[in-house]
Write a protein that binds this ligand. Structure first.
Ligand code: FAD
Length: 146
């Protein structure tokens, strides 16, 4: 899409809200700015950490070569309203509003970038020696064990 077409396509849209502060959500916000969208952009993530890339969790972070894998981005400079540690509880499309732990959030356009949850096996929950690796917190728990 040309830049001109991208801007025409967002005419009248004042506020984009992205749920999920992983790779997909963050790249959506970056792409909106790169393509000249001048309205409000909010990214809401349930995790408390600065948005990070997951692949290094099973590599550099697990090996102790990196403490984290946060994206090298200045969200303030991008004009992106980043809300971390805030779970979105549901959407009310008729009202164009989300319900979050911190109260309602209005939107014109909603992007769901909520990723995927790991599939666990029955009988493995809480069993010593069985680990789940998806989040930075999981990697920090697993590193000393390995
Ligand atoms: C350990 C590990 C290693 C990996 N290695 C590789 C690799 O080497 N190469 C590769 O290509 N891929 C790899 N992947 C896969 C890759 O990381 C994923 O494909 C990618 O993270 C998907 O990004 P996403 O933004 O779609 O989802 P996610 O990374 O799952 O992000 C979604 C975010 O949304 C948030 N969220 C969900 N629901 C809500 C809600 N209701 N309210 C607020 N926030 C919410 C979650 O907390 C999460 O932070 C790896 C994954 C893991 C876990």
């Amino acid at each position: 899409m040309s830049e001109q077409t991208a801007q025409e396509g967002t005419a009248g849209i004042r506020r984009v809200v992205v749920v999920g502060a992983g790779m997909a959500g963050v790249q959506t916000a970056v792409a909106l700015r790169e393509r000249g969208f001048a309205g409000e952009v909010s990214v809401i993530g349930a995790e408390p950490h600065q948005p990070y890339d997951r692949p290094p969790l099973s590599k550099a972070v697990l090996l102790g070569k990196a403490e984290d894998s946060a994206f090298d981005l200045d969200f303030d400079a991008l004009g992106v309203d980043l809300r971390l540690g805030c779970e979105v509880l549901g959407a009310r499309p008729a009202d164009h509003e989300l319900d979050t732990e911190a109260g309602p959030v209005p939107y014109d356009v909603l992007v769901l970038a909520t990723g995927a949850e790991p599939v666990t096996l029955p009988g493995t929950e809480g069993v010593p020696g069985v680990h789940l690796l998806r989040t930075l917190d999981d990697a920090e728990r697993l590193r000393p064990v390995l």
